[in-house]
Design a protein around this ligand. Structure first.
Ligand SMILES: C[S@@+](CC[C@H](N)C(=O)[O-])C[C@H]1O[C@@H](n2cnc3c(N)ncnc32)[C@H](O)[C@@H]1O
Length: 272
């Protein structure tokens, strides 16, 4: 399955978020950024994970921040709301970008958060225009990770900070398992912790930190599986029972790999 298709049929989507807001009685009416935060974060660890990333990326008031693989824009909105930065989100998926625009307008953050459709391997921005680049659980979908890292370095000002989290492969991850992740979750290639460290160094980043977060991810992912199961009714209504079953099966497989120590997560930061 291609990555655009994967997110076009993802259980977390704009319609599902709006339906949840209606159920909570917040729509119709005035929606605040905080109303969205329980619903719009498509990564592992929720808002505390975005807070940690922001600290690693030295994001503060007025920082110009790029979120690479921004999805529906949850982290970008949170960063602008929490830290007073100006955020740009880029994503390959047109539906994600359209949804990100609408949700941002809905909660009144459109003056400080904007979105652009584009490819992380060829960022449509001039050199040195950002103070920080962040990304969460997006680069697993991108084959040419060296290009993404180089592009982040190019668009960061000298001294700017990159902070991201992503899947990492452990030695026992078998070729057949990698193939299933590619086929089912559009996880094109999975880098190792040391592989990422080397890519960052080759691109000219300094002060590189690479942390293995796999033990924490196992717990977070078990909770996430339950969260996807709690969305069953919405997912079946929108994509059908077969897609719900397929997604559940692939997620159980994915969480199993993390629990068995074959796959995990890394947190990285570096200076341009
Ligand atoms: C797991 S979602 C994460 C979304 C967001 N970071 C969040 O935490 O809510 C991964 C996102 O990466 C995007 N993506 C995948 N490949 C991409 C690429 N080459 N360029 C830009 N975005 C990409 C997908 O479309 C998807 O929206």
């Amino acid at each position: 399955m291609g990555v655009v298709d994967f997110y076009d049929r993802h259980p977390i989507n704009e319609e599902q978020i709006l339906a949840a807001l209606r159920r909570q009685g917040r729509l119709p009416g005035r929606v605040t950024p905080e109303d969205l935060f329980d619903l719009d974060q498509d990564h592992y660890g929720g808002l505390p994970a975005v807070e940690t990333l922001a600290k690693r990326a030295a994001i503060g008031r007025g920082s110009r921040v790029l979120d690479v693989g921004a999805g529906l824009g949850g982290p970008a909105r949170f960063l602008a709301w929490r830290f007073g930065c100006v955020a740009t989100g880029i994503d390959l998926n047109a539906g994600r970008i359209a949804g990100a625009h609408r949700l941002t307008r809905l909660c009144g953050l459109e003056r400080v958060v904007r979105f652009v459709r584009g490819d992380a391997t060829a960022l449509p921005f001039r050199q040195g225009v950002f103070d920080a680049c962040v990304s969460q659980e997006a680069w697993l979908h991108i084959e040419d990770k060296a290009a993404v890292v180089a592009e982040c370095r190019r668009v960061l000002r000298p001294g700017g900070r990159l902070a991201f989290t992503d899947w990492i492969a452990h030695p026992r991850l078998a070729d057949g398992e990698r193939a299933r992740l590619r086929e089912w979750m559009a996880a094109t290639t999975v880098q190792t912790l040391h592989g990422y460290r080397a890519l960052l160094a080759e691109s000219g980043f300094t002060e590189i930190e690479a942390e293995d977060r796999s033990a924490n991810w196992a717990r977070v992912l078990r909770q996430r599986l339950q969260m996807f199961r709690s969305l069953r009714e919405d997912t079946v209504a929108r994509f059908g029972q077969a897609r719900y079953d397929e997604y559940d099966q692939l997620y159980v497989f994915f969480v199993g790999l993390v629990e068995r120590g074959k796959l995990g997560g890394g947190a990285f930061d570096a200076t341009a």
